[in-house]
Design a binder for this molecule. Structure first.
Ligand SMILES: [Zn+2]
Ligand SMILES: [Zn+2]
Length: 240
């Protein structure tokens, strides 16, 4: 009776289209069916979807990873494709700090990739510059990292800092993105033998994650795994 009254007073609404839904969900079935979850074939390194799979005996690797000589993260995985539809989900996280959506997405990520998250010592959020945190009041990546930390019982390490206020990556070419984040981060401390789970909301070209990973490895970390809520584009596999 009380539960019914609560449901009537505060109905649960789909986080994308606002239709009323049952309390144990955050998406209506229509919106849920529109999310493109990352699924095989994927690049074994960056986790982006491949347009076609390579023969099973070949390493499933995308054209971009194959042709980039310096990738500093060991592996990256994301939950859904960043497109016009899922942009609305990311918007709720970035602009409204919606913890319920973050929690649901992190649970789905862990259900999907939990078995490959092994022997992690610290969870590190991709930092935003302190001036941006001050304006917004929070860092979305930190909020996502907190949910990971709660579920996996692994502590957060806030030692990674953004020392330069970089321009937004939006609208930049891959090369410009790399240049924009070059030497933008620092880690004061020692990560010798510490395996890191690096958290971001959206992976686009991976330039920011790569620069963060480079910084963490320079601090001594032997292993950096990235987890993101969303990633852009479906890439071609290497032609063999
Ligand atoms: Zn909906
Ligand atoms: Zn790749």
């Amino acid at each position: 009776m009380i539960k019914k009254t609560i449901d009537w007073l505060f109905p649960q609404c789909c986080c994308v289209c606002q239709t009323e839904i049952s309390r144990d969900s955050i998406f209506c079935s229509k919106c849920f069916s529109e999310i493109i979850f990352i699924d095989v074939p994927i690049c074994s390194r960056c986790g982006k979807m491949l347009t076609v799979p390579l023969p099973p005996e070949e390493e499933q690797i995308c054209d971009v990873c194959f042709n980039t000589n310096e990738i500093f993260f060991d592996i990256s995985r994301s939950l859904f494709l960043y497109n016009n539809f899922s942009r609305r989900i990311i918007f709720r996280i970035k602009k409204r700090a919606d913890v319920e959506i973050i929690r649901a997405c992190v649970r789905m990520l862990i259900n999907r990739y939990g078995p490959i998250v092994r022997d992690i010592d610290f969870i590190v959020p991709v930092p935003s510059h302190w001036t941006r945190n001050l304006l917004r009041g929070y860092n979305p990546s930190r909020m996502i990292a907190e949910e990971f930390s709660k579920i996996l019982c692994i502590p957060i390490d806030d030692g990674l800092k953004r020392i330069r206020r970089t321009e937004y990556q939006r609208g930049k070419t891959a090369k410009e993105r790399v240049r924009n984040v070059e030497s933008a981060f620092t880690y004061r401390g020692n990560l010798k033998d510490k395996r890191i789970l690096l958290i971001d909301d959206v992976m686009t070209t991976g330039a920011t994650l790569n620069e963060c990973s480079r910084t963490l490895k320079m601090a001594g970390s032997p292993f950096v795994m990235c987890m993101n809520l969303a990633t852009t584009s479906i890439t071609d596999p290497i032609k063999t």
